[in-house]
Design a protein around this ligand. Structure first.
Ligand SMILES: Nc1nc2c(c(=O)[nH]1)N[C@H]1C(S)=C(S)[C@@H](COP(=O)(O)OP(=O)(O)OC[C@H]3O[C@@H](n4cnc5c(=O)[nH]c(N)nc54)[C@H](O)[C@@H]3O)O[C@H]1N2
Ligand SMILES: Nc1nc2c(c(=O)[nH]1)N[C@H]1C(S)=C(S)[C@@H](COP(=O)(O)OP(=O)(O)OC[C@H]3O[C@@H](n4cnc5c(=O)[nH]c(N)nc54)[C@H](O)[C@@H]3O)O[C@H]1N2
Ligand SMILES: [Mo]
Length: 779
């Protein structure tokens, strides 16, 4: 393949790339003012030993046929030719489809996959299952915002509207006096955006704002959640207690008559119920600053001071995704909005409420005039769904009912799961339980480029290309650059792109034309690009032809400037431009939510004790947040990701006082544990974390010493061994993986080397494996 530098794009930036032997040399896109170091993770990716190079099947599945099997994750592997792999997968899809219909197939297949919009793995999975199998059990919402995306439409409007079209960074730099950021505004997070991020601008906006005099206040257990550029202040609070702090601030505003009653009366419903709750009129508990201080660990004096400082200023309240990725995560999201309303700020330039600002590189940005067309998904013949993070519940308890957003749903009995572009052994909680859940399936098919723990738990692994090995187009609705993702290398081993894999399966199942519509990958790129041309032509914008775009590598698209922001129009005229809520106003009290009668989410926001609390056995809060050195688990073997580890293990931060008490020194191997399992990590002793809190980022590949153990030991540092697999509430059923409770000690046991990046070896078997009959299935 060519040695010429080609254009490409990843979720963390656009770049040019050139092969140098087996290594990839990258150069950030010249238009990017602050490129992400995550690009360095590509250097060794193409020919890394962790790549999947040929189709493989689990020996027990080959020999005994599909069926529930406890050996998943610790069985032997057998290499297959593509022909045999296609035949076996197609036969199994046929069997499950014939016997159980689409309700027997899970196509929820959550995950970020790659930036290219055509080879976007979920879209490919959905299109394949719809056009070839007639549909599938789907998943709704995300691990990012499971609670907020369900709550916000009830109380103010669609989450994307609030997050992506919320207050822009430009406005902040020009107008905000105070940015009160619950969960901070860590630059590590704004490095990435799904579909690509050609310009990293947060750092410079924060600098500009700080120079003009914006005060950034980061409320978080970690000091590092606010970058130095913001020149801000750190307000340390106990994890999971933001709702109490917000109530304390509201109570001070109320008692000192610093609430904007005119705004509350005109633009909101339910403030009287909130006032009654703050004053304890229902239950005798007064939620004042002293009450809040005892819960959140911020002094009553500091709470009072902060409330007074907020009054009369242009204040922007932001709430990070992280706060709602925890039990009762709805409450701080809701209360942040109430606080902004009580200060009378929503709809003012640089003021009000914005959700998840800084969590991703596409929040607080301008929108493109039109968005890049998505691959058509076809029609799903059934309507069976789970909230995405309820996957293990579904597999372990088919037929059981559960509550979700006012509905009572039943978990379907899924027999086969098809996963491409995601890593549940990265994203899900309580990994021993997840393994048990996957053991219930008849068959787990995984398309992967690398031997993740998910691939290792599969029955059939089909090797997928990296985006660097195929053509695609990178595009995001808030990125003005459209990027031609040009291939830089030949596929590794026998890897194929997901589209080719599905095309071949569709052919065997007699539905090739329905899936491909007669197009190859290049044909689809041209088709989608043609649709973009048409969309823009309607706005009298002419794009060059495809060949010119492909040759140039990058195209600049027209953007909307501040157009159509819901909240501004609402502020200007709440009658003419009501919010899309039942009352048309901000709902401090939601009659809809009250009508669901969930104890875990009453009609107005409240303080609820977290479902997990530190105790004598588990005295530490564990924060399992996003990693600074990679995107989730992607390219965890890359050079930049490895540079963040010590002795090959992930680093866990803890406070010097705690370290001293536990006789732990910086660099010691420590063990975090609770009733769900044990995790090793390298201790990083730092004053930039609250005492009583430890932090271990997500993303280290799961590396259990014994994959089948009831309480596994991960020697690499995957915190999801420890997190609790419980929905955020009956209303939202989101992921609650951000926080859990643990005990910590210096590790005394045997220290074996990390094996996560060493792929399994195929064994040779003689004779022809048994036909695909099921075992363990009485029917
Ligand atoms: N404890 C805890 N857990 C969390 C979180 C937390 O805060 N705490 N955060 C959660 C959040 S917000 C998220 S979004 C999730 C992220 O969870 P995921 O999105 O599942 O994580 P990734 O590591 O991005 O997984 C993407 C996988 O797709 C593969 N892949 C990439 N491109 C392709 C392709 O073209 N084809 C195929 N077949 N495969 C491809 C990659 O190799 C990788 O294994 O994690 C969640 N989990
Ligand atoms: N480098 C990098 N960036 C990423 C990602 C990645 O994997 N790597 N993932 C991306 C994705 S998919 C998403 S959804 C976003 C997620 O965005 P977030 O969920 O907001 O990101 P986190 O880093 O998990 O959490 C932000 C901070 O919240 C703080 N925090 C945790 N618990 C609490 C609490 O109870 N109260 C308060 N006040 N603060 C708390 C933690 O200290 C943490 O650093 O990040 C995106 N950005
Ligand atoms: Mo996410």
């Amino acid at each position: 393949m060519t040695q010429k530098a080609v254009m490409h794009s990843a979720h963390w930036g656009a770049f040019t790339a050139r092969l140098q032997g087996d290594r990839l040399a990258t150069q950030p896109f010249q238009g990017d003012p602050d490129p992400s170091p995550l690009l360095q993770n590509f250097t060794t990716a193409l020919r890394h030993p962790a790549r999947v190079t040929q189709p493989m099947a689990r020996r027990g599945w080959l020999e005994q046929g599909p069926g529930p099997d406890e050996r998943r994750g610790k069985d032997e592997w057998v290499a297959l030719s593509w022909d045999e792999a296609y035949a076996r997968v197609a036969d199994e899809l046929q069997r499950v489809g014939d016997r159980y219909g689409p309700a027997g197939i899970f196509g929820g297949s959550y995950g970020w996959s790659s930036a290219g919009r055509f080879h976007h793995a979920q879209s490919q999975v959905h299109r394949f299952l719809n056009t070839v199998m007639g549909g599938y059990v789907r998943s709704v919402n995300s691990y990012s915002s499971g609670a907020a995306s369900v709550l916000l439409p009830h109380i103010v409007g669609d989450m994307n509207e609030i997050a992506r079209r919320g207050v822009s960074w430009e406005e902040i730099a020009q107008h905000s006096d105070i940015v009160l950021a619950f969960g901070g505004l860590a630059l590590k997070n704004a490095q990435v955006a799904s579909g690509g991020l050609s310009e990293h601008t947060e750092r410079s906006f924060m600098q500009q704002a700080a120079q003009r005099g914006t005060r950034f206040i980061s409320v978080s257990p970690l000091k590092t959640d606010l970058p130095d550029e913001a020149q801000g202040e750190w307000l340390a609070l106990r994890p999971g207690t933001d709702a109490a702090l917000m109530l304390g601030i509201l109570s001070v505003l109320l008692s000192e008559k610093r609430t904007d009653e005119a705004f509350l009366a005109r633009y909101t419903v339910g403030w009287p119920q909130m006032v009654a709750y703050l004053r304890g009129e229902e239950d005798g508990t007064v939620r004042d600053a002293v009450w809040a201080a005892a819960i959140c660990g911020v002094s009553a004096a500091a709470i009072t001071r902060l409330a007074r400082q907020l009054h009369g200023r242009r204040v922007l309240i932001t709430v990070a995704h992280a706060l709602q990725r925890a039990g009762h995560g709805e409450q701080p999201v809701w209360l942040g909005l109430v606080l902004a309303a009580a200060l009378g700020q929503p709809g003012l330039p640089g003021g009000g409420y914005t959700y998840a600002l800084g969590a991703l590189g596409h929040y607080g940005k301008h929108h493109n005039l039109v968005s890049f067309p998505a691959l058509p998904q076809g029609r799903n013949g059934i309507d069976r769904l789970i909230p995405v993070a309820r996957i293990a519940d579904m597999l372990l308890h088919p037929g059981t009912q559960f509550d979700y957003n006012g509905r009572r749903l039943t978990y379907p009995h899924v027999r086969l799961a098809l996963w491409a572009g995601g890593n549940p052994f990265h994203h899900h909680q309580d990994l021993a339980r997840l393994r048990q859940a996957f053991c219930q399936l008849d068959t787990l098919i995984v398309h992967e480029s690398v031997w993740t723990a998910t691939a290792r738990h599969a029955d059939i692994v089909l090797p997928a290309t990296l985006s660097l090995e195929r053509e695609d187009i990178g595009a995001a609705p808030t990125d003005r650059h459209l990027v031609a993702m040009q291939p830089v290398a030949e596929p590794c081993g026998e890897a194929q792109d997901d589209y080719t894999i599905f095309t071949m399966l569709a052919r065997r199942l007699g539905r090739e034309q329905a899936f491909t519509e007669g197009r190859d990958a290049r044909g689809w790129l041209q088709h989608l690009y043609g649709q973009l041309q048409e969309k823009l032509a309607a706005h009298a914008v002419t794009l060059p032809d495809f060949a010119t775009f492909w040759q140039a590598g990058v195209l600049t698209l027209p953007q909307l400037k501040d157009g159509g922001r819901l909240i501004n129009a609402f502020r200007a005229d709440p009658i003419a431009a009501p919010l899309p809520t039942p009352s048309g106003k901000i709902e401090i009290y939601s009659a809809t939510i009250a009508g669901f009668a969930y104890p875990s989410c009453p009609g107005h926001p409240v303080w609820l004790t977290p479902p997990q609390q530190p105790d004598a056995d588990h005295p530490f809060w564990l924060i399992a947040n996003q990693p600074a050195t990679r995107l989730h688990s992607q390219l965890d073997f890359g050079e930049y990701s490895l540079s963040g580890k010590r002795q090959g293990r992930e680093q866990c931060s803890l406070h010097p006082d705690d370290a001293r008490r536990l006789n732990i020194r910086d660099g010691d191997i420590i063990e975090l544990y609770n009733m769900r399992g044990h995790v090793l990590a390298s201790a990083r002793v730092t004053p930039h974390i609250m005492p009583g809190v430890v932090q271990l980022p997500t993303g280290a590949w799961y590396d259990p010493v014994d994959p089948a153990a009831r309480r596994p030991l991960c020697r690499h540092g995957n915190p999801n061994v420890l997190t609790l697999d419980k929905g955020t509430s009956a209303l939202t059923q989101g992921c609650s993986g951000q926080l859990t409770v643990v005990q910590v000690r210096k590790y005394q046991g045997e220290l074996t080397p990390v094996q996560a990046f060493t792929p399994p070896q195929a064994v040779a078997i003689t004779g022809s494996p048994a036909p695909a009959a099921t075992h363990g299935d009485p029917s």
